[in-house]
Design a protein around this ligand. Structure first.
Ligand SMILES: [Zn+2]
Ligand SMILES: [Zn+2]
Length: 402
C-alpha cells in the first residue's frame, strides 16, 4: 500500500532494462503498450514503465469519460471484459479500478452478500476467511475496499504485556515435537540465506542404526540368507563376489531365482557408493536441493532415495520409531495462541530476536514476538506441525499397495 501511495511500480520481473532512443520514445502513446512492445520486440511492462516515466497517457485513456454507471461496472467482471464493453483497453479499466480501490474481479468476489460484508471487521481477517471459506487476502481486499478497519488486536502494547509477564515461567514441555512425533529444531532456518550454511542437525542414533543395517545388506558374507522372493530357506551360494559384482549371489532352490542381499529391499538398484553419505543427511533438517548439492546428485535422486529409505525404515521397524527421525525435505511450522490477539493457530517464522531466538509472526494481527515471550504469555509451549512433507504422498501410496 505504501508502495502504491508513493507511486512506485510493483516489482515486476517482466520489466527489463531497455536502451530507449528518441525514435522509440516517439512511438509511446501512439498505440496500446502491447502493440508497441511487439513492434520493438521488448516486454509490454517495459513500455508501460517508460511511458509513465515520460508522463505520456496511454492510448485509449482519453476516450473514457468515467461516469457513475461506468464506475459501478468495475470489479464486477474482468478488466478485459469491461474494457471491451467500454471500447478501451484493459489497462485503462485497471488504472481506474486501482484509483477507486476496487478489488480485482474474481469468482469469489461474486459471493459477497450484505450478510457476509457485515462480518468484515468483526474479527480478524483470517478468522473471517475461515468462516466464509475464502483466503485471508480476499477478505482483506474486500474489507479495505469498503473502508472497514480491521478488528483491533488487544489494545495493550505488546511491550507492556511482555514486561508484566517477566515473572511467568516458560512451559517446560518440549517445543520441538510435532503431533506426529517427528522432532524438529525450531531455531534451524527452513530456507538457506545468502552465504550461510545449515547447521549440522544429524541424528547420530539414526545414522548408526542405518549403518548397521546397510552393512548387513551390503555384507560380503557367503552365508546364504532366505529367499527374498518366496521366503524359502533352501538357498545356496551361487557366486562369490568378484570384479564388477562386489556382492555374493545366491540361488533359491524352491523358486529357482537368483538374488543378492539387496534384492527384496527398497535399496535395490540404488547407487551404493553414495548411500553412506546419504544416510547422514536423512535426519538433517534441510531441503532436498541442499542435500542434492552436497552429494552432487539430482534432486530427483534425493527424492527417490528419501522415499526408499523411509519405506525401508518402516519395513525394518513397523513402529515407525526410526522413520520418524527422518527430517530431510520435511518442514514444520510453529502453532501457538497469539499473546496479543488470542488467535490460536499457525504462526510464521519471521527472522530472529536480538538474543538469537526465532521470531514468530501472527498472521491475524501482524504482531511479531520471540518464542519464549510467546510461550510465557500464552502459558503453553509452541507446537510444531508438519506443513510440507514431499515424501509423504509417495510413502502413503507405497505402503498401502504392499
Ligand atoms: Zn525363492
Ligand atoms: Zn495476533
Amino acid at each position: 500500500m505504501r508502495r502504491r501511495k508513493l507511486g512506485i511500480a510493483p516489482f515486476n520481473t517482466a520489466v527489463v532494462w531497455v536502451a530507449w532512443t528518441k525514435k522509440m520514445d516517439a512511438l509511446l502513446g501512439t498505440a496500446p503498450d502491447p502493440v508497441i512492445a511487439a513492434q520493438l520486440r521488448i516486454p509490454a511492462p517495459s513500455v508501460g514503465t517508460r511511458r509513465r516515466k515520460l508522463g505520456i497517457a496511454q492510448v485509449g485513456n482519453a476516450v473514457v469519460k468515467w461516469t457513475a454507471e461506468m464506475d459501478a461496472l468495475l470489479g464486477t467482471a474482468s478488466d478485459g471484459t469491461i474494457a471491451s464493453q467500454l471500447g478501451c483497453i484493459p489497462e485503462t479499466v485497471g488504472e481506474r479500478r486501482h484509483k477507486l480501490r476496487i478489488a480485482r474481479f474474481s469468482t469469489a468476489a461474486l459471493t459477497w452478500t450484505k450478510q457476509r460484508e457485515a462480518l468484515l471487521g468483526t474479527d480478524t481477517d483470517p478468522a473471517i476467511a475461515k468462516k466464509l471459506d475464502l483466503s485471508p487476502g480476499q477478505v482483506r481486499l474486500r474489507r479495505q475496499s469498503l473502508g472497514i478497519p480491521t478488528a483491533k488486536p488487544h489494545p495493550e502494547a505488546l511491550k507492556k504485556i511482555i514486561a508484566r509477564s517477566g515473572a511467568l515461567p516458560v512451559p517446560s514441555q518440549s517445543r520441538a515435537t510435532t503431533s506426529t512425533g517427528r522432532q524438529f529444531l525450531i531455531d534451524q532456518p527452513h530456507v538457506q540465506r545468502a552465504r550461510t550454511e545449515f547447521a549440522d542437525t544429524e541424528d547420530m542414533a539414526l545414522t548408526a542404526y542405518l549403518e548397521r543395517e546397510l552393512a548387513e545388506v551390503y555384507s560380503k558374507s557367503l552365508h546364504p540368507p532366505s529367499c527374498p522372493y518366496c521366503r524359502s530357506r533352501r538357498t545356496i551360494l551361487q557366486q562369490k563376489p568378484h570384479g564388477c559384482h562386489p556382492l555374493p549371489r545366491f540361488a533359491c532352490r524352491t523358486c529357482k531365482q537368483n538374488f543378492n542381499r539387496v534384492a527384496g529391499t527398497p535399496l535395490f538398484r540404488l547407487r551404493a557408493a553414495k548411500l553412506p553419505l546419504f544416510i547422514r543427511l536423512l535426519s538433517q533438517q534441510i531441503p532436498y536441493n541442499v542435500a542434492a548439492r552436497r552429494l552432487g546428485v539430482s534432486i530427483d535422486a534425493i527424492q527417490n532415495w528419501a522415499k526408499k529409505f523411509r519405506i525401508w525404515l518402516l519395513q525394518l521397524d513397523p513402529t515407525g520409531k526410526w522413520e520418524k527421525k527422518v527430517r530431510l525435505g520435511i518442514k514444520a511450522r510453529p502453532h501457538i495462541r497469539c499473546p496479543r490477539c488470542g488467535v490460536d493457530g499457525e504462526k510464521y517464522l519471521n527472522g530472529y530476536m536480538p538474543n538469537g531466538e526465532r521470531r514468530l509472526c501472527c498472521p491475524a494481527c501482524g504482531t511479531a514476538f520471540g518464542i519464549s515471550d510467546a510461550e510465557r504469555l500464552a502459558q503453553e509451549a509452541v507446537r510444531l506441525e508438519v506443513f510440507h512433507d514431499p515424501g509423504k504422498a509417495a510413502l502413503d501410496t507405497e505402503t498401502s499397495d504392499s
